[in-house]
Each structure stands twice: as C-alpha cells, then as structure tokens.
Design a protein around this ligand. Structure first.
Ligand code: 1GP
Length: 249
C-alpha cells in the first residue's frame, strides 16, 4: 500500500494523524539522531522534512539520518526545487493554490516532475493554502503570494473545493511556521462541510488541546514543528499524539 493510503487509513482509525516537521537547519547529525530516537516511539505517524529557506546544505543528510534512525515514513515538504531526494519515501507535490503566482501554481512542478519520476518518490498532490497570520511568514515572502483572509471562510472553501475538483489528494492549510495564530477551527469546519479529501494543517499549533480541536473540526493530519526546537518540550510529543489519536484507547 502507498504511504498516502496507509497514513489516511491510520488517521481515520485513530481520529487523526500526527506529523512532525523537521527543518534541516535546526539540528546537526548527533543531535538529530537523539531527537528522532527520543520521539520515534511516541506516536508520530510521519516526519515532514523541508523548509521555505534552508541556509545550510544539510537537506539530504537530514533525510538519511532520519531514515537510518527510525522506520517512520519520511515525506518531503519542499520549500524549493532543490528539495528532492530519493532517500525519502514520498513528497508533497505542492501547488500554492491560495496564490496567483504561475511559478508556484504550475511552473516549478513541471521542472520538478521528471526529477521526482527518477527519484522513485511517491508524489502526493497537495493544494497548499497559505493564510494570513498577522505578520509576513517566510512562505509568503518567498512565494511572493498573497495569503487567504482568515475571516472569509467562503473564500477558503472555494479554494479547497477547486483542489478537490482538480483531483488533488489533500489540502494543506498553512498558517506559516511559528504563526501567532494557527488556522481557526471555523475555517477547518467550513471546509470539511463541503470537501472530503484529507486536510493537513500546521503552523502555530502549540498545545495538544488545539491539535485535538482541529482534528474534531475535520482536520486529518496535524503538523507541529517549531515547538520542539526546545528539547525541554520533547515530553509533549506523546501528549500531542494522544490528543490527535483520540479514538485510540
Ligand atoms: C509549518 O506546519 C508547519 O508548515 C509547522 O509550523 O513550526 O509553527 O509548528 P510550526
């Protein structure tokens, strides 16, 4: 079974799925090994690896280390065309559908497609929807796109429906890494009312309670990243996983 299908089936059974985003710039070799081995048996369903702007050229090394350290699926969450590696299992094949920048709607995808074919990665077609979150995020700046308003659920629903009608496998509701405000549950509920493809959401989710509310509102997968830059918070991984896997006893 493909990674996408496995993760969706598991999320349906458990209530939701839990992804942790690893920014390759955050931890170097041994620290990364320790980080992954500490949390890999705490209920994480997949690791996302990538970043809107990677300063060090550690992308592929990061993937290799994570793959060597655990058996959890590794999915690339690419911030640029350079972020393709056959060491991962799958890649979110993103189109920034919230924006109107042709490069990120179809341009880079055409350039990346042959490299992805060659890599053997499983592409997961993803409609990426960036929302405003109070301040300019790296994703917004780098993609030169205007984020969606958070107080207009009908605009969000229309974008999500368009993604579904275009045959995309999932939508990623993004508030931006470290966002002050995560995606409001009202937006998730409004989208879930009309759209049945899986919803990934991340950016600014810092409490298990918030994660659980988003799953109950209709999100399929929750992504946390920044919060675990602080090693002292690592014990919370299990709390997030339990809150998200709320159907599990
Ligand atoms: C961003 O969803 C990720 O795409 C993670 O965000 O770092 O704010 O948890 P945070």
């Amino acid at each position: 079974m493909k990674i996408y299908e496995q993760l969706v089936a598991s999320a349906q059974k458990k209530g939701g799925g839990y992804f942790i985003l690893i920014d390759p710039d955050t931890r170097k070799e041994n620290e990364l090994r320790d980080f992954v081995s500490t949390i890999s048996n705490k209920g994480v369903d997949a690791f996302l690896i990538g970043g809107s702007l990677i300063m060090d050229s550690t992308f592929e090394t990061t993937i290799k280390i994570v793959k060597e350290t655990c058996s959890i699926p590794v999915i690339i969450f690419p911030g640029s065309l350079q972020q393709i590696s056959s060491y991962a299992d799958a890649i979110l094949f993103l189109s920034i559908i919230s924006g109107r920048n042709p490069r990120y709607l179809i341009g880079d995808q055409v350039i990346a497609a042959p490299a992805i074919l060659k890599s053997g990665l499983e592409p997961i077609s993803t409609g990426y929807m960036l929302f405003e979150s109070g301040r300019t995020t790296t994703a917004e700046f780098m993609s030169n796109t205007k984020p969606l308003p958070v107080h207009k659920p009908e605009i969000a629903v229309a974008h999500a429906l368009a993604a579904q009608y275009l045959g995309m496998k999932t939508i990623y509701l993004e508030a931006g890494s470290g966002a002050d405000q995560s995606i409001p549950v009202d937006i998730i509920k409004a989208i879930r009312k009309y759209v049945n493809i899986p919803i990934i959401t991340g950016g600014g989710i810092v409490t298990p309670d918030d994660a659980r509310k988003k799953v109950e509102a209709g999100a399929t997968f929750i992504v946390t990243g920044n919060i675990f830059d602080d090693d002292e918070k690592l014990s919370k991984v299990e709390d997030f996983a339990k809150a998200i896997h709320y159907k599990e006893k």
